[in-house]
Design a protein around this ligand. Structure first.
Ligand SMILES: Cc1cc2nc3c(=O)[nH]c(=O)nc-3n(C[C@H](O)[C@H](O)[C@H](O)COP(=O)(O)OP(=O)(O)OC[C@H]3O[C@@H](n4cnc5c(N)ncnc54)[C@H](O)[C@@H]3O)c2cc1C
Length: 430
């Protein structure tokens, strides 16, 4: 095991972590920025530089911040997966291809972002069914979708971004199903009227998605075919219709990657609008409930890349004790943060989505556990012990939030490793 020391350790190199590293680095601190991915940029800017069909505003922001990162003096450690941490001893442990690295810090900034939420329904594990962001990532990596008939479904503004991107890469996007109804969307639209930039962004996304039919109040209830996906059954709760397609891109909002924060003992709060999401609590300076530990970006609330950047800037300066800089950047953060609540309530998951789960529906795809096997259990712990639900390679990262939404059971504790690692990494102790 290798040991390193730094003044500020930033975990996660998405917009939030990059902004935090820039602000701390420019303040003269010795900073290490880490990410499990081979390149910086997080979910939105990954593989962005020189990529085709990138929105101009996204490209511009990526160029600006990645250039600033290159000049701020922070060391970047890519390909390093954080799997264990100790808040009392001030270290985080990473698995890298060179072995385990233990990084000791004076201040820690958690910016581990969010992942997509998938909900179970008959056929959701069939070949041809993708997470919308996952499909986007594959396409960015060179996966060809020319001429494929794609249905995009789920909830939230990311569906529009996904549809626009998939269409621009040659996919034939048939329709976008938004589970939220017209009433919620109208309320959200009225709220956006107070934020002209966001309204413009929403309009741009709508234009980029093209002339694709947009159906609020509709959702997917089955994905079928002889082997790979051939059709999808969609419903508005009254009618059910079959649509022939080759691919289904799904996204039921985002769930924060707050496992490391929870393992360290940071206080988190659940969301009634989005069961299964445990957001890290922070104060006005992005400080968590633990001394010397800050959090920023989508682990503290889902609000988009601009909010992540603003929170990251506050966290970076706060970790250095530069309060005048914190006061300078905090107003933008406060203004952008007002959208989080509006988005949460507009895109809250509807109860009917639970009804799509039949007894045969696979809930845990790692361990092949159907819904019927969960009957009779009263908690996530009981279900894990009795059925192995959530005990496979993803350790409940996918089925956990789904189980919390459908059955209302949440994980009581988080234990290391927070993500699968080699056995050797677990036994490699200082
Ligand atoms: C799948 C997906 C697709 C998206 N697509 C779009 C889009 O097309 N358009 C758009 O406007 N917004 C998109 N978003 C939203 C956008 O990505 C976010 O608003 C923004 O990136 C949040 O920034 P962040 O820094 O908080 O988190 P992220 O960008 O998620 O960055 C977090 C980083 O932490 C790293 N990390 C997490 N856990 C660990 C660990 N244990 N060890 C090491 N590193 C770790 C991750 O690898 C990641 O790079 C998408 C989000 C997701 C999840």
């Amino acid at each position: 095991m290798t040991r390193r020391d730094c003044e500020v350790l930033v975990l996660g190199a998405g917009p939030a972590g990059i902004a935090a590293a820039c602000c701390a680095g420019e303040s003269g601190r010795q900073v290490i920025l880490t990410d499990e991915n081979p390149a910086c940029g997080g979910q939105i800017w990954r593989a962005q530089r020189g990529a085709m069909h990138t929105r101009a505003d996204v490209q511009h922001a990526a160029d600006l911040w990645l250039t600033r990162l290159g000049r701020c003096g922070a060391s970047v450690l890519s390909g390093a997966t954080a799997f264990d941490a100790d808040a009392a001893l001030h270290f985080v442990r990473f698995e890298t291809d060179r072995g385990v690295e233990e990084i000791h810090y004076s201040a820690l900034i958690l910016a581990t972002g969010a992942r997509e939420r998938l909900l179970p329904f008959p056929g959701w594990t069939r070949s041809g069914v993708y997470a919308a962001g996952g499909l986007q990532a594959l396409v960015k990596g060179g996966f060809r979708i020319d001429g494929q008939r794609i249905l995009v479904a789920g909830t939230g503004p990311l569906l529009l971004a996904a549809a626009g991107m998939l269409g621009a890469h040659g996919g034939e996007v048939l329709m976008i199903l938004e589970q939220a109804g017209w009433r919620s969307l109208t309320r959200f639209g009225l709220h956006l009227a107070g934020f002209p930039d966001k309204l413009l962004q929403a309009a741009t996304l709508m234009v980029q998605a093209g002339v694709v039919p947009y159906r609020p109040g509709w959702w997917v209830c089955e994905a079928g075919g002889n082997g790979p996906l051939e059709w999808v059954a969609i419903t508005d709760g009254k009618r059910t219709v079959r649509v022939d397609c080759d691919m289904l891109a799904l996204g039921y909002g985002l769930v924060p990657n707050s496992e490391l924060a929870r393992l360290m003992g940071c206080r988190t709060t659940g969301s009634s609008a989005a069961p299964g999401a445990h957001f890290v609590d922070v104060d006005a300076r992005q400080k968590t409930s633990l001394d010397g530990v800050f959090a920023c970006g989508e682990i503290t609330g889902i609000g988009g890349a601009e909010l992540s950047l603003a929170e990251g800037s506050v966290a970076g300066y706060a970790a250095c004790g530069h309060w005048h800089e914190v006061d300078r950047v905090a107003p933008l953060r406060n203004c952008l943060a007002r959208q989080v609540h509006a988005m949460d309530s507009a895109f809250a998951l509807r109860d009917e989505l639970r009804a799509a789960v039949t007894p045969d529906t696979l809930v845990c795809r790692c361990e092949d556990v159907p819904a019927a096997e969960l009957a009779g259990f009263g908690s996530w712990r009981e279900a894990k012990l009795g059925s192995r639900c959530g005990m496979g390679p993803c350790q409940g990262r996918t089925c956990g939030p789904a189980v919390e939404f459908v059955w209302g059971w949440s994980a009581e504790s988080v234990r290391p490793p927070i993500t699968p690692v080699r056995l050797g990494s677990m036994s490699d102790q200082p």
